[in-house]
Design a protein around this ligand. Structure first.
Ligand SMILES: Nc1ncnc2c1ncn2[C@@H]1O[C@H](COP(=O)(O)OP(=O)(O)OP(=O)(O)O)[C@@H](O)[C@H]1O
Ligand SMILES: *[C@@H]1O[C@H](CO)[C@@H](O)[C@H](O)[C@H]1NC(C)=O
Ligand SMILES: [Mg+2]
Length: 598
């Protein structure tokens, strides 16, 4: 039990609940919705941004920055790779970082700090601000710095692109509403971590935090796709009016990214807004799983430690080989990849190179190239594809009509064929043209109208601690404590929101509590989060503390007959709790914190 000091002889800050949920109010006006919007899709493998300067009231047609012109490419995103010098100073991001690193030789490559796929370090763990991640050369750096520098680069580049397209008119970050996309399945601490990185990158400043909107990747894509006409889709199409004009339609959105497969389920409401029907699900078996399998296969071919030696001596060559593979895997046929000279010579030193291929299936040596069969190529996709589990959702009491595939990995014919063959008996499978762009373009639209996702399923149960009368039959003896008015029970979990419950996009809820002592001069609320339903005590397993607020209640004239109002605002990446002493109107607020204290 945590007790704060008060100037009475006994320190009481416990609360007792009176009535539950006095009201549930949804604020009618959106505080966001400026006309200048920049959305950043910060991906595991590729990142990009899109923006709109269209005045409010007109339809948004997001402008998408194209990348790679300097190397003869034109892609909607650039590799999420970042290069720092040996002193940890930022050097390059994207294709430029990738090219610079690939061209570095031995010693030089080992000196620099090169990071790729670092977004995955935020997946599946509860984070703290001091977490470090490892560069390709094994040296580590604070993750927050790596993310901050990457976001700073994207921010600067976006502002430059806009200036170049608006006859040089100068804009600063504060002229925009910024949208940053994150996987829906991320732990709240990871979403908070991205918000902090964006703040450090100067995207928003203290006091203007509400100009940064965090968008969930599959949701953003859903917002984009619901507007598309039937012709907007490759594969099958919905054969009618756009989804947003078909209220009642239910569909699954699968964001097939490089790192994560991120799934959400939506129903179109009257008027075209969306309602989440099932809380976010998915896993970390995205497109790069295929690349990993390929690398594992190379290690299997070049056995006796040959591959490992190659990888540690020529990291940038491995980089280049992997890069070639990402192009080859796009075809559903036999492929050949040139064996780099250094790999060949390392292998030759061990034994005749053909010998390496005698013990593996699906690969052969072909005059300087490694030939990989179509069958083998498909097998690299197996683990990832089998991980896309939609059965559980489809078996629910819903009437899902469509599966919408988005994200760069949805470009893969092998992936699309797999989903069609697995699920086309139950649903039509849709994939928009340029599925990789759906996320960032939808994010721009979401930035203007966050209320477009009208409600979501809470991913957690939230609660606070209360102290009801002690009851022998219900409560553990060690939880008993005595106060002036009688015996009370410590640590009782009072549920505020239950996991899977619908929560409005900008919903606030109010609860009333009253003191347990007549002379009580402050009241403390501690908040908890859990994936369980209705735990009994706040110190039960699986219950985590996420914040605390203490409100002063200095006028004790009315003794026990006083009330404190607790208001909780459920932004889906930021939750704020405000306690107000109704006697004196003194208030205190806290932003709930999902990260661990380092
Ligand atoms: N034709 C294709 N065949 C197979 N894989 C592809 C194809 N096109 C793109 N990919 C893969 O899709 C992934 C990139 O997709 P996307 O840009 O949506 O991911 P991301 O946003 O970087 O990742 P995440 O959303 O998980 O953070 C890469 O793994 C890439 O290799
Ligand atoms: C304290 O509360 C009582 C009862 O509501 C009120 O009459 C009194 O004026 C208050 N005292 C102060 C100092 O505000
Ligand atoms: Mg993505």
């Amino acid at each position: 039990i945590k007790i704060t000091q008060s100037d009475t002889s006994i320190n009481v800050t416990q609360t007792e609940e009176v009535e539950v949920e006095v009201s549930s109010l949804i604020s009618p006006v959106s505080m966001m919705g400026d006309s200048f919007i920049i959305a950043i899709d910060f991906g595991t493998t590729y990142s990009g941004y899109s923006f709109s300067l269209t005045p409010r009231g007109k339809d948004i047609d997001p402008y998408l920055k194209c990348w790679g012109k300097e190397i003869g490419k034109e892609t909607p995103k650039t590799p999420t790779c970042i290069l720092f010098d040996e002193h940890g100073e930022f050097m390059k991001f994207g294709y430029e970082a990738q090219m610079a690193y690939v061209e570095m030789r031995g010693e030089n490559a080992r000196k620099h700090l090169y990071f790729e796929c670092f977004k995955m370090s935020l997946y599946g763990t509860k984070l703290n601000r001091d977490m470090k991640i490892k560069a390709a050369n094994g040296k580590s750096m604070k993750a927050l710095k790596v993310f901050t520098e990457a976001l700073r680069y994207l921010k600067e580049d976006a502002l430059e692109t806009i200036a170049a397209n608006t006859a040089g008119r100068k804009f600063s970050a504060s002229d925009f509403t910024w949208v940053l996309t994150v996987p829906a399945i991320w732990h709240p601490s990871a979403k908070q971590f991205m918000r902090e990185a964006a703040t450090q990158a100067g995207i928003v400043t203290k006091g203007t935090e509400n100009k940064l909107v965090i968008a969930l990747e599959p949701e953003a894509a859903s917002v984009w796709c619901k507007k598309l006409p039937a012709e907007g889709f490759i594969t099958q199409n919905h054969g009618g009016d756009s989804l947003e004009h078909s209220p009642g339609t239910q569909y699954i959105v699968v964001d097939c990214g490089g790192g994560t497969i991120d799934i959400t389920v939506h129903e179109v409401l009257d008027g075209g807004a969306l309602k989440e029907l099932h809380k976010a699900s998915g896993n970390d078996l995205g497109g790069q799983t295929v690349d990993k399998k390929f690398k594992e296969f190379l290690r299997e071919i070049f056995c006796h430690g040959v591959w490992d030696e190659y990888e540690s001596n020529y990291p940038s060559e491995v980089q280049r080989m992997m890069y070639e593979f990402t192009v080859l895997k796009q075809e559903d046929e036999d492929v050949q990849i040139i064996c780099p000279f250094n790999l060949g010579s390392l292998a030759q030193r061990r034994q005749e190179i053909e010998k390496f291929f005698e013990t593996v299936q699906g690969a052969s040596w072909n005059d300087g190239s490694i030939k990989i069969s179509k069958q083998k190529m498909r097998s690299f996709f197996d683990e990832s594809l089998n991980g896309i589990s939609l059965r559980e959702i489809l078996n629910k009491d819903l009437s899902v009509e469509f599966i919408l595939l988005v994200g760069g990995y949805a470009e893969s014919k092998i992936l699309r064929q797999h989903i069609i063959s697995q699920f086309s008996d139950q649903c039509k499978v849709l994939c928009p043209f340029r599925p990789q762009e759906a996320i960032v373009k939808g994010a721009v639209m979401f930035g203007r109208n966050p209320e477009v996702v009208a409600s979501r399923k809470s991913a957690f149960t939230y609660g606070t601690e209360i102290n009801p009368w002690f009851e022998e039959s219900r409560h553990k003896a060690e939880k008993k404590f005595r106060c002036t008015s009688g015996e009370r029970c410590l640590d009782i979990f009072k549920q505020l929101v239950e996991i899977d419950e619908d929560v409005g996009w900008d919903e606030s809820r109010e609860y009333i509590f009253r003191p347990v002592e007549a002379y009580q001069r402050s009241m403390m609320f501690t908040f908890f989060q859990t994936e369980r339903k209705n735990p009994f005590y706040v110190d039960d397993w699986g219950v985590e503390e996420i914040g605390l607020v203490t409100v002063e209640m200095p006028n004790t004239t009315r003794g026990m007959d006083r009330q404190v109002k607790l208001e909780i605002k459920f932004g889906f990446t930021e939750m704020t709790a405000t306690a107000t002493d109704m006697e004196t109107r003194s208030t205190a607020s806290v932003k709930l914190n999902f990260m661990t204290k380092s």
